[in-house]
Design a protein around this ligand. Structure first.
Ligand code: ATP
Ligand code: MG
Length: 462
């Protein structure tokens, strides 16, 4: 398979030299663009992710150092070669300290430039290959990090490998603690982007007003407090993978902007009008039901289909209880070696208890329970059932409805609605009908409580 052509920008105010070099570089298979000034160069760099920059250091106006700086700020991986005048080696050294790959002194033969360029690219290739080898070691850990032996998990591992080989957008769904982030990392580390960055951002953890700048960057003066230009996560993840966690919480405006990046691979920084081209794989995750949000009109349908090109669902732990012994073993090993202890085991009775529990917090909760049980076992080689946390007692709390399961089955939706309504009623009774306080008791948004009431009450009447 032949490599895609490299995009190169050459910056020099000496037209004859610039054009001659550009022409010969094009003969050698580079896709070449030219800039006659620092200003023009910076403008081009802002709009396009070049692989290679060749710039004269001495330019009228904005000089080569500033061009270099602008390029490296956006694209840390760009291969930059600077052209220096005779007897200005110090400038060249400074440029290399700044991040240039190499330099060449004027006047030069084209072949000398080609040589410098080829070895700089080779260096870069080796660097990312080393990073790749390193990541393969980690990858083994990462893949091992996602433990599972059940049918669903083995199918999932296979799917993750297939997905990794594509550059398609992925939507990972699953309850809290099911391993969505681990799965996203596994995709990245198995993909061709493995030597590049994996960046994660939790959309629900950042206030709406800051999220846009966080994702897309901003220019100086874009808003109060924007004292300098800043790259967003999309730019930082160029050529790599961006993990957008809790994508369901994005505002409609941001959803629109995200759709555009995914569709057109370009965006503008906040406060700027220059489109920036970008090559980023997006992996989104959510624990909410996006399809439902689409029908309710709170999530864009077009964005949903763009994200959901390859759906990856992480099953809750209670749907794969046969993974529990393996996971327990995995965590016991990991945690006891972290504590510098010999390997501990779980008693059979302890395992039975763990396998009977319904795990609302899934694997994360299991890990926490195992961690605490090791502490309680006080160095004994076997963890006993009494070392397990009391949260595993499956008897329902006094106020909750009896969660028995009739032989003939239940109408799931109706049953759950009844539970919801009962909780809301009790909270309203306790707060004398104050919805704000009731919502607080339930750890719900007030608007959510009101919506639920509206939805649940009429159904109850028939
Ligand atoms: N299959 C698994 N094997 C081993 N560890 C796992 C597995 N799934 C999850 N974990 C562990 O559980 C914890 C939670 O995983 P992760 O952060 O990927 O979950 P998540 O689905 O992103 O959760 P949330 O929705 O709360 O963000 C981590 O400590 C992770 O190591
Ligand atoms: Mg997560």
């Amino acid at each position: 398979m032949s490599e895609p052509p490299k995009h190169l920008l050459i910056v020099d105010d000496e037209r004859a030299l610039r054009e001659a070099v550009a022409e010969r570089l094009a003969d050698h298979g580079f896709v070449v663009e030219q800039a006659a000034s620092g200003e023009e160069a910076i403008q081009r760099i802002a709009g396009f992710a070049f692989d290679i920059l060749i710039t004269d250091l001495k330019l009228p106006g904005i000089d080569g150092r500033q061009v270099l700086e602008a390029a490296l700020e956006r694209y840390p991986d760009i291969v930059a070669i600077v052209i220096t005048g005779y007897g200005t080696v110090k400038d060249a050294v400074d440029a290399i300290k700044q991040g240039a790959a190499d330099f060449i002194t004027k006047p030069f033969q084209f072949d000398a430039l080609l040589h410098v360029l080829n070895s700089a690219m080779e260096q870069r290739r080796l660097k990312s290959e080393n990073a790749y080898l390193r990541s393969q070691l980690q990858e083994r850990y990462r893949i091992d990090g996602l433990v599972g032996r059940s049918r669903v998990m083995r199918d999932l591992f296979q799917l993750l490998e297939i997905v990794a080989a594509t550059s398609s957008t992925v939507l990972i769904t699953g309850e809290t603690g099911t391993g969505k982030e681990l799965a996203a990392k596994a995709i990245h580390h198995n993909s061709a982007r493995r030597a590049q960055r994996f960046l994660a951002i939790n959309c629900s953890a950042i206030p709406e007003t800051l999220l846009e700048a966080e994702l897309f960057g901003h220019v100086r003066g874009a808003f109060t407090g924007a004292v300098a230009n800043r790259q967003g996560r999309f730019e930082q993840a160029h050529k790599g993978t961006l993990f957008l966690d809790e994508v369901g919480t994005m505002s409609p405006a941001l959803q629109a902007k995200l759709l555009r990046v995914i569709q057109e691979r370009e965006f503008e920084r906040v406060g700027d009008s220059h489109p920036i081209k970008i090559d980023v794989r997006v992996i989104a995750a959510t624990h909410s039901d996006l399809a439902k949000m689409v029908t309710e009109g709170t999530f864009r349908e077009d964005l949903y289909y763009r994200l959901n090109v390859i759906p990856v669902r992480l099953p809750p732990l209670r749907e794969r209880r046969d993974d529990i012994p393996l996971l327990v073993q995995h965590f016991l090993q990991k945690l006891s070696s972290e504590l510098g202890r010999g390997p501990a085991t779980m008693s059979q009775e302890g395992l039975r208890r763990l396998m009977a529990y319904h795990w609302p917090g899934n694997v994360r909760q299991l890990e926490n329970v195992v961690e605490r049980s090791i502490a309680f076992s006080q160095g004994r080689p076997q963890v006993e059932v009494q070392d397990l946390a009391s949260e595993l007692d499956t008897t329902p709390a006094p106020d909750s409805p009896e969660l028995s399961f009739p032989d003939e089955g239940v109408d799931f939706e109706q049953y759950v609605s009844n539970v919801e309504l009962s909780l809301i009623r009790q909270s309203l009774v306790r707060t004398s009908g104050n919805k704000r306080q009731a919502a607080k008791l339930l750890n719900l948004k007030r608007t959510t409580l009101i919506e639920k009431l509206k939805r649940l009450e009429p159904r109850e009447q028939h």
